[in-house]
Ligand binder design. Sequence first.
Ligand SMILES: Nc1ncnc2c1ncn2[C@@H]1O[C@H](COP(=O)(O)OP(=O)(O)OP(=O)(O)O)[C@@H](O)[C@H]1O
Ligand SMILES: Nc1ncnc2c1ncn2[C@@H]1O[C@H](COP(=O)(O)OP(=O)(O)OP(=O)(O)O)[C@@H](O)[C@H]1O
Ligand SMILES: [Mg+2]
Ligand SMILES: [Mg+2]
Lengths: 172, 172, 206, 206
Amino acid sequence: SRVRFEETFNAVRTNFGGTDGMFRRLFGGGSADMFLVPDEEGNVDWLASGIEIRAKPPGKEPRVISQLSGGEKSMTTVALLLAIFQSKPAPFCILDEVDAALDEANTERFASSLHGFLDRSHFIVITHHKRTMQHCHKLYGVTMPQRGVSRRVAVRFEQVGNDGRLSKDAVE
Amino acid sequence: SRVRFEETFNAVRTNFGGTDGMFRRLFGGGSADMFLVPDEEGNVDWLASGIEIRAKPPGKEPRVISQLSGGEKSMTTVALLLAIFQSKPAPFCILDEVDAALDEANTERFASSLHGFLDRSHFIVITHHKRTMQHCHKLYGVTMPQRGVSRRVAVRFEQVGNDGRLSKDAVE
Amino acid sequence: MRLAKLTLSGFKSFADTTEFTFDAPVIGIVGPNGCGKSNVVDAIKWVLGERSAKSLRGSAMIDVIFAGSATRKPLGCASVTLTFDNPVLDRSVEVAPSAPAMETIEDEQESDDGEAEGSAQVRRGLVVHRALPVDHDVVEVTRRLYSDGRSEYLINGKKVRLRDIRELFMDTGIGTDAYSIIEQGKVAALLEANPAERRAILEEAA
Amino acid sequence: MRLAKLTLSGFKSFADTTEFTFDAPVIGIVGPNGCGKSNVVDAIKWVLGERSAKSLRGSAMIDVIFAGSATRKPLGCASVTLTFDNPVLDRSVEVAPSAPAMETIEDEQESDDGEAEGSAQVRRGLVVHRALPVDHDVVEVTRRLYSDGRSEYLINGKKVRLRDIRELFMDTGIGTDAYSIIEQGKVAALLEANPAERRAILEEAA
Ligand SMILES: Nc1ncnc2c1ncn2[C@@H]1O[C@H](COP(=O)(O)OP(=O)(O)OP(=O)(O)O)[C@@H](O)[C@H]1O
Ligand SMILES: Nc1ncnc2c1ncn2[C@@H]1O[C@H](COP(=O)(O)OP(=O)(O)OP(=O)(O)O)[C@@H](O)[C@H]1O
Ligand SMILES: [Mg+2]
Ligand SMILES: [Mg+2]
């Protein structure tokens, strides 16, 4: 229904681009916004128009979001996702290596931002970054002691070696 | 010309999937192959047929390459690229975060594989992985002391902090 | 409602029965390349009703069944179960609208011993609200595929259709193309999507 | 032939003139997210003749000119120069095929003082082979774009057309869509491409 969509859109817009929104929290400043794309005559239709996104990291003036860097795009997407979560939290959220393009500082910001949502949802995060692992309450290792056959083990942070391999005692 | 393509195809095929080819070197085993895609009647045309790729990491039986994992796909692509390089080295090669999906062990294998090609080419590698940085002969840092304006500095490995930031003395 | 557990058996590289209990706020899944981490995500998408083999990184749905390895033979069936805690959210007494003699209730005060004098059968229903429209504290959703092509879908052990599973999760924010699952390599997809696709994602949350 | 240096000025986030000297076998470029590392790759693709703004992550080609920041005004021009070492590969004496009286040479032995007695003009050419078809030890390729839309292309300071730059690099394996540049996020693209696209990449190497 149109009213529900309008309410959700406005809520997410504030959660995303507001002064205390997710974008400014993840980037430590800057500005972001989302708006409905008008048709040729300049009319906006709540029931059909598409959604455009603007994102300006602090101190920068990108004209379009395609100019953002790989890491900036990942952080902007996470900000948008968490903004949607704020207005309608899904019971759980699965993130598969969303931190792949992030440097250490942004990985830290991303992983700690999840803690603000744990009253309503829980997260399952697949990662190779040690920083993200440190923000997990529990770690599962998936290895292949027999080539081609996956086995699940419970691991502690200290058992994840620097080379990404799981230590022997975790695998038993 | 047909003859040249046929020669290149066969050379790359051996460099990629041969017993001592790049795929087996990067994966420590397994097998890979490439072949021309036949048309409906089963005919192959050296001047027009497309190329299909098969890749089987050690101990696994994927039917199609889309089943490979993110890291396995990256390593297979690097193997194919270096196989092409062996038959026709370009004077230089630029790799922008090709190690993003790799765990530490594969990052190490990828970075050290570049050393076999330095007699004919040189590499420019953009990365966030410390392991890859350790295989570089020289490091340039790109930072933004003034927001929005890029500045290049020469850095040593020790000046790249754990959090990915470049240390103060490098930035001057 | 909370996703409590995932059980895989014969699904992709999980030849043996494997359980993941999600009993912590942030759970990390780690391990070397190619070991099966993203297969866990595919398993969850599959049991939630995913219909496209391509979006499960295969060429045909049969590709989700363990295809064998150097040391193991291929299996004949892939089975995935999601276990949800589905506690009562609130209880309320609702009088079922199907009680024909509704108006008689006003006149006939219940006498002290609780017996209504009226003739109409009063249908008071205790309606419990739960996140999933199944009246159990625990809801198990199972999907199976056999190598002969047969599929099975079960809710708490009862056979249902794929459509029933998809309907079960309607409006919960969970689903195969909702915003609650970000697949590997697709993190920028939400941003790079075209305006109409972005709208569809937001509609899911409305 | 070796790529020796890259000079950027006013290109994307590189407002100030910046040089990268490539004088080591493996050079790493590092730094925090959003600082300009991939813009370096875009600069190289651009000067090699890239024609699509979208493949440079912009919506129009004008987007490559420094658009200003919180502390700097937008600039009026983007300029990128690639400097190549282009040493002589080998020299050979080739008699230019256009010498009409070719056969007279056999008869007329040069007398000791080196003077040919014959009448025909002998066109002996010293043809030097270099990787880039420009007879200089150093080749500088420059591309410029002004905010009024004017473009300039230069080879060793001489104005040329974009087509000349693209032809310069033909058959060297360098180029905007060759296998020698793997952009960020596109590492699996070679594998996920369709068979015809894979063929095109291999043809580049043939
Ligand atoms: N039906 C199947 N039977 C057996 N193995 C399979 C099947 N389908 C996929 N696989 C294997 O699963 C592996 C991929 O696993 P997955 O994508 O989960 O890895 P991952 O742990 O996510 O790795 P990465 O860190 O590289 O992303 C592949 O090697 C593939 O061959
Ligand atoms: N014409 C321009 N003028 C000024 N800044 C620009 C221009 N075009 C792009 N940028 C800026 O350049 C930045 C992107 O830089 P780039 O993609 O090179 O980052 P990166 O170092 O590769 O980061 P990552 O590690 O995240 O991939 C963006 O913040 C963008 O706003
Ligand atoms: Mg994966
Ligand atoms: Mg980048």
